[in-house]
Write a new protein. Sequence first.
Length: 341
Amino acid sequence: MKFRTFAAFVGPSLALMLVFIAAPLVGVLWQSFHLTQPIFETVEVESCTPSFTGQICTTELKTRPVLDEAGRIVTETTYVGLQSYRNVLEPDRLRQAIASGRWLDILDIDFWAALRFTLTFTLITLPLILLFGLGIALAVNNAVRSIRGPIIFVSLLPFIITPVIGALSIRWLFIGDGIMTAFLEWWLGRDIAMFAQGWTIELLMLFYRVWHVAPFAFVVFYAGLQTVNMDTLESAIIDGASRWERLRYVVIPHLMPLIVFVALIHLMDAYRVFEEIVGFSSQAHVISLQWLTYDFLTPDDAGNRAVSRASASAMLTMIGIVVLLVPLLRRTWRDHRGTRR
């Protein structure tokens, strides 16, 4: 392919990636090392009591932000180095909890509590999604051709639903006197409060993520099953290979690139879990790294936002995603080099 043809195809994508990905990323990195604050001034303010006979006036000192000619608050930006990262990680509290042997106190720190849930959520849902996706794909592939269409349609419904709407739907089934809560109370003969403790909320969030994303894995694996070499399968059957052996030594190796692809997509998406936190209103019990960044950007009572800490939290989240993706990316690179050879 000529360079001009290659540039014509790749150039627009690279330009958009630079504008919408690289430039904002550099901006977030810069903000994580700088602190922008409004400039305040102290002025004397005279206040008088309303009176016709004689006013009583008092003078007091008040602090207010400095405004420019356009009425906007004047700010100043200072370099703070790693201070924003220290404010997020809180290393002093972390060292104190480790030194005293009170490991549960680490979860009182917002970042480490969010990291614990994010890693748990990501690493538990990944194998379940791969397992259920592959299981559904194998079941549909072996089903009678006349019923495959309806089964595929029903299986895709959870993936079609908007994430927040899906999370709210699961929440409404279990919260208060929801249908599932009422059924469980009738079945077990006791009152159940699914949203009164953190671990039950986490179970519902894990269930929702698997229910929502497994159809995506199913579609990818089902498409891959259509390209399995039938001659190899027939040879395995003639050699006396069992169904499990055919799956292990023929089907799964053939689907391995797709398994890595689904794992990459899910790791990137699950580590940025946010919709479940909003849909299940779990902020009082469970938070994620993405929600923590959002919380830093939420204005406080004075209208201020912790942009520097939010930027540091976002960069730490991105570093975590890279760390999780490195093993899969290395495997993909090795497979690519092996194919080229």
